[in-house]
Design a protein. Structure first.
Length: 527
């Protein structure tokens, strides 16, 4: 086994199905926050005016779009920025693919960084198995397909951890500075990067503590250098946190509120939910169990290194998961750490078994054990990648609507507001106001019924909220003319991220034909 082979496996797992749902922006709605703002930057205003995410990843994607623009100018595909924007408006496929491919690449790069971390802490066998575990860690693979900030921020976190460990081994200022630069990039990609200050403080305490000047440890020049550089890089990557301070504070406060109170207590606090669901299935039950055992083994065998390495996930888990907004993606920064601890226990167990077996093949036993442990996660990856490689039901519905419904008629889409079917601007698209119970077209209230109603439903809460008034209207005034069913909602073996607008099961993959919601089309009865 070699790291090159593992990186190739990681790449296949992450790029397989990367084209899912294109060209629709609705199949992974969070990507729109990144891509749309990167496009808007071409208009000359680099202020995103939105800080639920920091800005760095938006600017990175904007940089790739600048390259795309220059290539288009060279090849004479278009002559101006307006042409590029018009291309995006008519077909965002290339723009979404760039965004996703960058995320997937950083996911693969994280596999290599984990290899380097485990090699520094232990040995090559542990490093290879750590990287194999992350290469095939289902939750990390799954979200590497998405062009949002979770996987990129995890890449920067692990890069910073690598140099924090280097600072522990080699107490040189340059290691603190490099760790601070990368920590700033992590924080400017997702705010949780600020928590890297905790492992850096432990390194500083271990290396520079002076019993005669105890308080000086907080003001030691190396630790101060790390903290100052972290903040400088953060503000360079998210400059409008200073330049548009009021919006920044408002949005960050909102984000903190969402994390702590943004969901009802239906699923439970993150401490328990992520433990029993996100991590249990995101790693696969077998790897999850050995990763927990590996934590205690690591603490026992290399206490100081373990305290430094595990301080970030411990603080993140304690502070970040105390609320009720339990999105699966919030658990992603923990995955690389658990892959390392899982590898520690796997190597420990494998070497004990090797000592008690007389066979020329015993040197492969630890790797065979690692492959068995990662098998449940690998199974989920195959199921997920196979499914997202199929055409999304919303795209099929859009084609059917285009070919079968009469244009220039009124139409309403009922279901998740994040999940719109592209109607090619060939219909008058009305909306329905739940509060007033009235249809609207723009700002105009409509007191008649639309010609067509499209209903989306899926076994996730945000798709289940179809108003009773709409159900009554459909029963009384409409004919059911088309049904596009892709998932059996009664199958209880499928488990979902109940808070996210993503039409895919997290685990199970039973009785499901393709991504997307079930869709029914209704036409108003003739008078």
């Amino acid at each position: 086994m070699s790291i090159i082979i593992i990186l190739c496996i990681a790449a296949i797992a992450r790029y397989w199905g990367i084209w899912f749902g294109l060209p629709s922006m609705a199949c992974r709605p969070d990507e729109g926050h990144i891509v749309s703002r990167a496009i808007i930057f071409f208009q000359g205003d680099l202020n995103p005016h939105w800080f639920l995410y920091p800005s760095l990843f938006m600017y990175i994607i904007f940089g790739f779009y600048i390259i795309l623009f220059l290539l288009g100018i060279i090849t004479k595909k278009y002559a101006s920025i307006s042409d590029l924007i018009n291309w995006y408006d008519s077909d965002p496929t290339v723009f979404l693919l760039i965004d996703r491919c960058v995320s997937a690449f950083l996911g693969i790069a994280t596999v290599f960084i984990v290899y380097k971390i485990a090699l520094r802490l232990f040995n090559k066998k542990t490093a290879l198995i750590s990287s194999l575990f992350l290469g095939l860690a289902y939750l990390h693979v799954r979200d590497s397909h998405f062009g949002v900030t979770d996987v990129p921020s995890t890449f920067f976190i692990m890069c910073s951890i690598l140099f924090i460990l280097k600072a522990y081994d080699d107490n040189f200022l340059k290691n603190y500075i490099i760790a601070g630069i990368i920590a700033g990039l992590a924080m400017s990609t997702k705010y949780v990067g600020v928590m890297l200050i905790f492992p850096m403080f432990l390194v500083n305490f271990s290396n520079n503590y002076d019993k005669d000047h105890k308080l000086y440890i907080f003001f030691h020049k190396k630790f101060l250098s790390f903290g100052i550089i972290l903040l400088v890089i953060f503000f360079l990557g998210t400059p409008y946190a200073l330049l548009d301070y009021s919006t920044f504070v408002s949005d960050v406060s909102l984000q903190w509120w969402i994390i702590n109170y943004g969901s009802s207590n239906v699923l439970g606090r993150g401490w328990w939910y992520h433990f029993r669901f996100s991590l249990f299935y995101g790693l696969g039950w077998s790897l999850f169990i050995v990763s927990l055992a590996g934590i205690f083994l690591f603490l026992k065998t290399k206490t100081k290194e373990a305290a430094i390495f595990l301080s970030f996930p411990f603080i993140y888990y304690t502070l970040g998961f105390k609320g009720y907004a339990v999105y699966l993606r919030y658990a992603i920064p923990l995955i690389p750490f658990l892959c390392v601890t899982g590898a520690i226990f796997t190597v420990f167990t494998g070497e004990i078994l090797e000592q008690n077996i007389k066979s020329s093949l015993k040197k492969y036993l630890t790797y065979a054990l690692a492959i068995l442990l990662i098998a449940p996660s690998t199974y989920n990856i195959i199921q997920f990648d196979t499914l997202i490689s199929r055409k999304d039901n919303r795209l099929i519905a859009a084609e059917w609507i285009k070919n079968n419904l009469r244009e220039n008629n009124s139409i309403v889409q009922i279901g998740a507001k994040f999940s719109r079917i592209e109607l090619y601007n060939k219909f008058h698209e009305w909306t329905y106001d739940d509060k007033s119970g009235v249809f609207e077209y723009g700002k105009e209230k409509k007191y008649e019924l639309p010609r067509y109603i499209i209903v989306q439903n899926y076994p996730v809460k945000i798709w289940e909220e179809i108003p009773d008034e709409i159900i009554n209207i459909l029963n009384k005034h409409y004919n059911h003319i088309k049904s596009l069913q892709v998932i059996d909602k009664r199958n209880k073996s499928n488990l979902f991220d109940q808070l996210d607008a993503f039409c895919m099961p997290f685990v199970g993959f039973k009785s499901i034909a393709r991504p997307g919601p079930n869709i029914d089309v209704y036409e108003l009865k003739e008078p």
